[in-house]
Design a protein around this ligand. Structure first.
Ligand SMILES: [Zn+2]
Ligand SMILES: [Zn+2]
Length: 1017
């Protein structure tokens, strides 16, 4: 079914028609978060795509103009790394040898290696988006907009170059931004070393420092202490150790014997000399405020090349930067002990060496969180590099203020994960020492004059006109030089490219080539975006940061952040665990609507989503199949009765159950709209689900007979027009959620009507009509349903099957005013009558007994007599007098019995079965007579005849002849209900014996008696 609908959409160009539907109307702006198409789409991509589609369709049907263009993220580490793997390069040197031009060509052609798969999946899940004219971040126009924004930031003094310690991936050979780092933390266990630094002038005395990165000890240039905390000198195992007093117990927790011999303030240690661990150099203690006593020893070893704090301390004290590690993470070859080793491999070697020289006090397992490269999973090192930064730290207030304008879904992210992050925003390390990316538009002369280029035209003007570039990527752009404005020198480009997160963060304006083109369509902030929760510190942040810096505004008004997809047991899906689900498998077996409905209807966006086939099958059975069945119910009868949408009936003349249905429908429309306006799709699915359930299990169930009957009276018309309207409204209401079945529904219904559109997706969203809301009727219907529920419970506790008609049921509660509702109850419960009473007095019996524990001791031997006397009184009489004592005469004595002396119990009168539901009681009369027994028998016979009709595959309207052979009881029953049997089975004759030319004869057992039935058309 879905495949043929897709073909029809294709043939009639419905996607484009939907996108262009409201051109000229109010703009609703969406930006597609560009995925990279160099890998296959997974379930989480499907999830994000259908959530986007849901709101874009909804807003279109609500009358907005909603342009939808796909986009692709083409640059950056993800692409480079996969190409490096393919070409089997070990590091950046491999790229240089291979040639940057050729490397970038491979990158460019790999970018779209899976684009067909993406397009196919996008179409298959029903995502209405323009795939024909996507924006790509490698397009020259896109790059030009990015350059424009950077020049703007430079002019606003928001860009600077700094020599700083930055998080650095030695494999990728480049610095990373703090929000990239934030995505790659892992908890690890490693040895932390307590290292002894010998004092120069005191024998067997050591400063004790603590480090989790022993590989940095080779670059040690100083020790730092906090001037304002107390330190102690402790004698342990014939040596003296100096460290912070507060840490005494943690540092020496394994030492049975030690003695504190001196105490001093940190500032007293200033300038004290110690001997380098790896040479004879004499180094000094310096003071630093940042040192805490939360862990370690309160003495910090300083290696300025590998830590931000260290770097600042060294700068303040004029200490040298000892850089023994190359940018590829390996020690210089001529370094003793660890030459050529990768930095993390050096830890063990150095620890062992210190231990051998008795310079290691102890080493302990330490659990902490450490950053890894988000792309290649190499442990990062903190490394001093020259890098270009955007001054995000100066925009913290703007970021926070703009965040207040954003509606986050789920809301908790606003002041949680996201809010915390922007409050502490760090400067954005923008440059990457890489190849395949937007080139940094910065030129510099030997005198350090700097020029930012903000457009292609500007570049052309600066260079001679011959150097017109068709491709601004590396290496071509690197050869573009021009004279400095301020001195006679030549300017050369800074060879770096920019962080690809900056690229994608420019999407709201760069996708439109703003400000060079489309300045009218570039509405900022955009109205809506949606992606996975992992983008909170990724794309959501870069969009917000760039919009705040460039436009001074928030980037988006509404953002949906989707939780992780997990497996059946709640574990995160990953290829290595082998618990991923291929979206195609589900799409092929269950269809896109089932997948979509499942994703929308199983919880709010924030909650992790369990994803496995059985759950999706269940979800499709519950909602989509139910709706499907209601539709085929309608069409089956509509064919027979030649229904036409011209049929009409004023609401007032309609049956109460139809008026109820329309009232519910209008309530549903208004609730769905309310939820959707709040971006609460889950809330919308909950109310839709319960409506479809009621439509099927209440409306259709109780109205079957109204469609089935022969005469076309007002009641039948009422049923048809009401169900038609309901289904037709539903087809539009659910169109954004389940675009396929709604299209099928719409197309099927349009067979009966004039003037239908080409597709339900070109329709307007339904409006609710308050005039049709009848709260009293809805309340009364709820009450009716409760009576039926209680009656069913009574029947089942009495073990009486529904086909057995019963005489009556009495409800204790307000009377149903409407006869049609009473009829529904009688039909549903197969009752002859239903009565209402205000109390249950006449339906129960009381039993009054003696409380022997009370009166036994008081009256002893008289008790049997009292009992006898009491039983002669009517229980009701006793109860009525109970407010005062009851006097009885026994053996000439007057005995006063109080409430406490008696036990009172009540039970339902014989033949009645009671059931209760939230304060409502019903009493079912289960006594049977001959008449009721006969009715059961004929109902059983009718059912067998209907089974036989089905077996012969007769048309619904086919008339038949029936013959029967059975016991006297059965034939008496048939004769008594002859016209009933004929009507129900569409029989023109019903005779004892075999029917002539029987097409089918069968023996049946009913209530333990044999009966043979024969049948012919
Ligand atoms: Zn890396
Ligand atoms: Zn210059």
């Amino acid at each position: 079914m879905e495949k043929s609908i897709l073909e029809e959409w294709d043939k009639n160009n419905i996607v484009a028609k939907s996108i262009n539907a409201n051109k000229g109307a109010e703009l609703f702006r969406f930006v597609e978060g560009p995925p990279t198409a160099n890998g296959s789409p997974g379930v989480h991509h499907v999830y994000a795509r259908v959530v986007k589609d849901l709101f874009l369709r909804y807003k279109t049907m609500r009358g907005y103009y909603v342009p939808r263009v796909s986009g692709w993220d083409c640059h950056g580490l993800p692409v480079e790394i996969s190409v490096e793997k393919e070409l089997e390069f070990q590091d950046k040197a491999g790229i240089e040898t291979y040639g940057v031009e050729q490397f970038n060509n491979v990158c460019r052609s790999s970018v779209f290696s899976h684009i067909d798969e993406w397009a196919e999946m996008t179409k298959r899940v029903g995502f209405f988006i323009d795939l024909t004219t996507p924006y790509t971040t490698m397009d020259t126009r896109y790059i030009e907009s990015v350059w424009w924004s950077l020049k703007l930031l430079w002019e606003r003094d928001l860009v600077y170059e700094g020599h700083y310690v930055v998080p650095y991936c030695p494999r990728c050979g480049t610095a990373l931004s703090t929000h990239e780092v934030a995505q790659g933390y892992k908890t690890i266990n490693e040895d932390a070393a307590f290292v002894k630094f010998p004092l120069s002038d005191q024998r067997e005395t050591y400063f004790l420092a603590w480090t989790t990165t022993p590989w940095t000890l080779l670059s040690n240039v100083a020790l730092a202490v906090n001037p304002d905390i107390p330190y102690i000198k402790v004698k342990v195992r014939n040596q003296f150790l100096i460290f912070a007093k507060e840490l005494l117990e943690t540092v020496l927790r394994d030492e049975p014997h030690f003695k504190v011999v001196a105490e001093f303030q940190g500032k007293e240690l200033n300038g004290m000399r110690y001997r380098s661990l790896f040479s004879n150099a004499q180094l000094s203690v310096v003071l630093a405020d940042f040192i805490s006593t939360t862990e370690g020893t309160g003495i910090v070893h300083i290696a300025p090349a590998f830590g931000e704090d260290d770097f600042n301390v060294a700068k303040a004290h004029g200490l040298p930067l000892v850089q023994l590690v190359r940018p590829n993470g390996r020690f210089d070859d001529d370094v003793a002990l660890v030459g050529g080793l990768f930095f993390t491999e050096a830890n063990a070697v150095i620890t062992e060496d210190l231990a051998a020289r008795a310079l290691l006090f102890k080493s302990e397992m330490h659990t902490h969180s450490y950053p890894f490269c988000w792309r290649c999973e190499t442990p990062l090192m903190y490394y001093a590099r020259k890098t270009w930064f955007i001054k995000m730290s100066s925009l913290r207030d703007v970021l926070t203020r703009n965040n207040e304008l954003v509606q986050w879904h789920p809301q908790v992210l606003k002041h949680g994960r996201f809010g915390n992050f922007i409050e502490n925003a760090r400067d954005w390390a923008l440059s990457r020492e890489r190849y395949w990316g937007t080139p940094l538009p910065i030129w510099k002369c030997p005198n350090n004059h700097v020029t930012f280029v903000g457009s292609i035209d500007e570049l052309k003007q600066r260079t001679d006109s011959a150097a017109v570039l068709s491709d601004v990527h590396k290496p071509y752009i690197d050869s573009v030089v021009f004279p400095c404005d301020e001195c006679p020198e030549t300017m050369h480009r800074i060879p770096d490219v920019i962080d690809c997160w900056y690229d994608s963060g420019c999407a709201p304006f760069a996708s439109l080539h703003y400000p060079f083109e489309h300045s009218d369509d570039c509405k900022m902030p955009v109205d809506f975006i949606a992606e996975g929760v992992d983008q909170t510190r990724g794309w959501f942040y870069s969009l917000h940061a760039i919009a705040s810096a460039v436009f001074g505004s928030n980037a988006y008004n509404n953002v949906i952040s989707l939780g992780h997809i997990v497996d059946e047991h709640g574990r995160k899906m990953s290829k290595s665990k082998g618990n991923t689900v291929d979206p195609w498998q589900i799409l092929n077996s269950e269809g896109a609507d089932s997948l979509r409905w499942y994703l929308f209807s199983t919880g709010n966006p924030g909650t992790p989503k369990k994803f496995y086939e059985e759950a999706i099958v269940e979800s499709q059975r519950k909602t989509i199949s139910t709706l499907w069945n209601v539709l085929s119910f309608f069409t089956t009868y509509a064919e027979i009765d030649q229904y036409d949408a011209e049929w009409d009936l004023p609401d007032k003349q309609r049956n109460i159950i139809d008026r109820w249905l329309l009232s519910r429908l209008n309530g549903l429309v208004s609730e769905v709209v309310t939820h959707m306006e709040r971006y609460d799709y889950y809330g919308a699915t909950v109310v839709i689900d319960s409506f479809i359930e009621e439509l099927s299990n209440w409306f259709v169930r109780t109205s079957r007979r109204r469609f089935w009957k022969n005469e076309r009276d007002l009641d039948k018309v009422s049923a048809y027009v009401s169900l038609f309207e309901t289904l037709s409204t539903l087809s539009k209401l659910i169109a954004p959620f389940t675009p396929f079945i709604s299209e099928h529904l719409y197309k099927t219904l349009s067979r009966y009507a004039q003037g239908a559109k080409e597709s339900v997706h070109l329709e307007s969203y339904p409006d609710s009509n308050a005039n049709r809301s009848i709260p009293e009727t809805e309340q009364e219907m709820d009450y009716t349903k409760r009576i039926v529920e209680a009656g069913r419970a009574a029947r089942s506790s009495a073990h009486i099957k529904t086909r057995q008609p019963l005489k009556e049921m009495i409800c204790i509660g307000p009377e149903l005013k409407n006869d049609e509702l009473k009829a529904i109850v009688k039909n549903e419960l197969n009752l002859k009558t239903i009565d209402f009473k205000t109390n249950e007095e006449s339906l129960i019996e009381y039993h009054v007994g003696l409380n022997f524990a009370k009166i036994g001791p008081k009256y002893k031997g008289l008790v049997p007599k009292i009992k006898q006397e009491l039983s002669s009184l009517a229980p009701r009489e006793v109860l009525e007098k109970l407010d005062n004592d009851i006097k009885i005469e026994v053996a000439g004595k007057t005995i006063n019995l109080s409430k406490e002396d008696l036990t009172i119990s009540k039970k339902t009168k014989p033949g009645l079965i009671k059931s209760e539901d939230r304060g409502l009681s019903v009493f079912l009369n289960t006594e049977l007579n001959v008449e009721l027994r006969r009715e059961l028998l004929v109902r059983e016979i009718v059912r067998r005849i209907q089974v036989m009709r089905k077996e012969l595959d007769l048309a619904y309207t086919a008339r038949i002849r029936v013959g029967y052979r059975c016991s006297a009881e059965f034939s008496e029953a048939i004769q008594a209900f002859e016209s009933y049997v004929k009507d129900e089975t569409l029989s023109i004759s019903l005779v004892e014996g075999e029917v002539t030319d029987a097409q089918l004869s069968k023996e049946w057992m009913i209530e333990g008696n044999p009966i043979s039935i024969s049948l012919a058309e």
